[in-house]
Design a protein around this ligand. Structure first.
Ligand code: FE2
Length: 723
């Protein structure tokens, strides 16, 4: 007994001594630092020395305080307690530089860190110094009427905001629609003359509520689990009889990793699901499985988060820092999916593909080194690809690409862009690569292909080394956040020769206006050699933006994406600035697609998810299926595109549409659009089928996914052969 008590006494003594010692050290250091900084006659020198670091701390801390009332603050920015010391110093320095605060204001503050912050706030308020929070709230008030979010809401939208008793509404004004357009149809008052929409009743919580875990099981599903979606689930209309084939979809399915919510849905584990149409008017077959990546498998076995993602902030180990040179993140295999020659691959651009068994979508190849018989030379493959179809023979070619973005053996080696091609029976394979300088952080997400050219858009992004060392190292930001757009830097369009004809010209590059490229629509060539490249670029990109930070103000000004046409003639234009750029619509859109038979050829119609608002400044989340008609836009995009729109209504948010061609279709729009929609009001996911010729007139069929929630996905593929 005595040794036991002695041991307890010694342990208690050590703990107490350590605690007191740490407290004294922290207080002394803090006071010393403050006094040195704030009483030094050469304060400017001190300030300049610490300026950048302190501003960064101050900025993050102000955000931490802003967000401290939300449930997500601890997760996204670390605990408030940990940041208090740096918060105080940062705030003090920042406001000293831009206000009437003097040294005495700081030196007379209490010693307790928390009390210091509170006291400083009182001083600032007394002196009329505006905090970042106050300024931010004012700007938001100007744009929206919604109070701050107090908690992440799941499911139904009928949840009262605890901090406010007033009705939470999304007061986003809407522009009048064109005559005969959407408003009359959607309101059910055709020819009523209504041209103006008022504020909506949906809230930002509606939008956020769909970003949660899928209700589909994350246990491995075998073929025995294949389900028929019964008749009762075709809630409206009938499935077109000539719609035969399989819709493949991939997207983040797990957005809460065993209790740790992701604040960025790009890091969710890949959930693959298929919908098989065999000609039945009322039934389809449905399968699903998570891609069993190493990360997903290990975490499911341990029932806890083990790996860090590329986009979401969070250190699974819970430490306050991790090795800044450890760039390993979880391959979530959640972005793309392709079915080719009876093989299925789940794609994610940060790593190698995963091979799935076609019958039951079970993962049979984890991070494969070989895809369809071609060895991957680089350690990843992009999630986007193109399929070109020969006009006369209907033979299809699959084209994928990869950027050598990892440091090679010699760190200053020029990056390579590798392009892979496969014909349908894999009898012909090809791989070519080209030099691309400084491509490591160029963020190449998508590509375009024509008969003669491979086209890549290199973003004006590069590594923010300061952020890497001061934030990523301390688990304060995700790896992707260390890649940022650079002021003054311009994106580059690379055109690499694909044919012998183009090889005579060689690689061409053109500088573009400052913008950010994610998804492209299509590229085609005209007889004079001119190439048109249609894309949906964003005005800018900030990877620190996450689900918790999006408010309705996000959809007003700021970054937005429009249907944009680039025109250049690589045979004539030698000036790197000679490319022309035109916006073809002011309706914001994303996830574009077209009839796959027209990939690489001149097209008339493009389909995408789009916002209800059609305005040069205001926009909104994707709540519509939009069909653009660009046939009258002129050679260089001189005229705006026409659009035909189906609006799903308030609280419904759309996923990527996929075009399924009619078997013997003659026109470009002879086909169907298949689109998953998250209805936050009903808390259900629906699959809609439209005739591509008459989208604005409404859907052909609406299918309910048996009460299952399928969160917003990323990309899919239509396979006409597979049923
Ligand atoms: Fe994408």
């Amino acid at each position: 007994m005595i040794p036991f008590f002695l041991a307890r006494a010694i342990k208690s003594f050590i703990v107490c001594t350590t605690y007191i010692s740490n407290f004294l050290k922290r207080t002394t250091l803090q006071q010393t630092f403050l006094k040195k900084c704030l009483t030094c006659k050469k304060r400017k020198i001190v300030r300049n020395t610490f300026n950048k670091t302190v501003k960064m701390f101050a900025s993050r801390t102000a955000r931490a305080h802003e967000n401290s009332s939300t449930a997500s603050s601890a997760r996204s920015l670390g605990s408030r307690r940990k940041t208090t010391t740096t918060a105080f110093i940062g705030r003090a320095m920042m406001f000293t530089t831009k206000s009437s605060l003097v040294e005495d204001d700081f030196l007379s503050l209490p010693t307790s860190p928390n009390k210091k912050v509170n006291a400083l706030s009182i001083v600032m308020k007394r002196k009329g110094v505006k905090t970042r929070r106050a300024m931010r709230n004012k700007s938001i008030e100007n744009a929206i009427s919604e109070p701050e979010l107090t908690q992440r809401v799941t499911g139904s939208t009928n949840v009262t905001n605890k901090r406010s008793t007033k009705e939470v509404k999304w007061s986003l004004n809407r522009a009048p629609f064109e005559e005969g357009g959407l408003s009359e149809i959607a309101s059910g008052q055709a020819n009523s003359g209504i041209k103006q929409w008022g504020p909506t009743n949906q809230t930002i919580k509606d939008w956020r509520s769909v970003y949660r875990n899928s209700s589909l099981s994350n246990k491995t599903q075998t073929k025995l689990d294949e389900r028929e979606i019964p008749e009762r689930c075709v809630v409206d209309g009938a499935i077109p009889k000539d719609l035969r084939g399989t819709l493949f979809r991939n997207g983040p399915g797990m957005l809460d990793i065993y209790g740790k919510e992701l604040n960025q849905f790009f890091d969710g584990d890949g959930l693959v699901h298929t919908y098989e149409f065999d000609g039945s008017e009322k039934k389809i077959k449905f399968k699903h499985n998570y891609v069993e990546t190493k990360g997903f498998y290990d975490e499911r076995a341990e029932q806890k988060m083990l790996y860090k993602g590329a986009f979401a902030v969070g250190n699974p180990k819970g430490d306050s820092f991790y090795n800044p040179f450890d760039f390993n993140v979880k391959n979530v295999a959640n972005t793309g999916i392709v079915e080719w020659n009876d093989k299925v691959y789940a794609l994610w651009e940060g790593g190698k593909p995963h091979e799935l068994r076609e019958d039951d979508l079970i993962t049979i190849g984890r991070e494969v080194d070989e895809v369809l018989g071609q060895e991957l030379r680089v350690p990843q493959m992009a999630a986007h690809y193109r399929v070109l179809e020969e006009e006369k023979t209907n033979e299809r070619t699959l084209i994928a690409f990869s950027i050598e973005s990892q440091p090679s053996a010699f760190p200053f080696t020029t990056n390579k862009a590798a392009f892979y091609e496969w014909n349908e029976d894999l009898s012909e394979k090809k791989r070519v690569d080209f030099d691309v300088p400084n491509a490591t952080f160029g963020f190449f997400h998508d590509m375009l292909v024509t008969e003669n050219w491979y086209c890549l858009f290199q973003n004006p992004t590069s590594l923010d080394f300061q952020k890497l060392m001061t934030e990523y190292m301390f688990a304060k930001c995700a790896l992707a956040e260390t890649i940022a757009m650079q002021k003054g830097k311009r994106p580059i369009l690379w055109m690499f020769p694909r044919s012998e004809k183009a090889k005579k010209i060689g690689t061409k590059s053109y500088e573009l206006e400052n913008q950010f490229f994610f998804h492209h629509i299509n590229a085609f060539e005209r007889e004079n050699g001119e190439v048109c490249l249609d894309s949906v670029p964003w005005k800018f990109m900030d990877f620190s933006m996450n689900l918790d930070m999006v408010t309705p103000a996000f959809w007003q000004d700021g970054s937005r994406t429009e249907y944009t046409r680039f025109t250049v003639n690589p045979y004539l234009e030698t000036d790197t600035n000679s490319i022309k750029q035109k916006s073809l619509s002011e309706r914001c859109c994303e996830f574009p697609c077209l009839n796959p038979k027209f990939a690489g050829k001149e097209h008339k119609y493009v389909y995408c998810g789009g916002s209800v608002v059609k305005d040069a400044r205001k926009w909104g989340p994707n709540q519509c299926l939009v069909k653009y008609d660009v046939s009258k836009c002129g050679p260089g995009g001189e005229e705006k595109a026409l659009d035909d729109v189906y609006y799903y209504g308030e609280r419904s948010f759309v996923q990527e549409p996929i075009f399924a061609s009619k078997p013997n279709g003659m026109d470009e729009d002879d086909g169907y659009l298949l689109q998953l929609v998250n209805d936050a009001g009903e808390d259900k996911t629906f699959l809609y089928i439209f005739d591509a010729k008459k989208i604005g007139q409404g859907y052909e069929c609406k299918i309910e996914l048996m009460d299952e929630h399928v969160p917003p996905g990323l990309h899919g593929f239509w396979s006409p052969q597979k049923i």
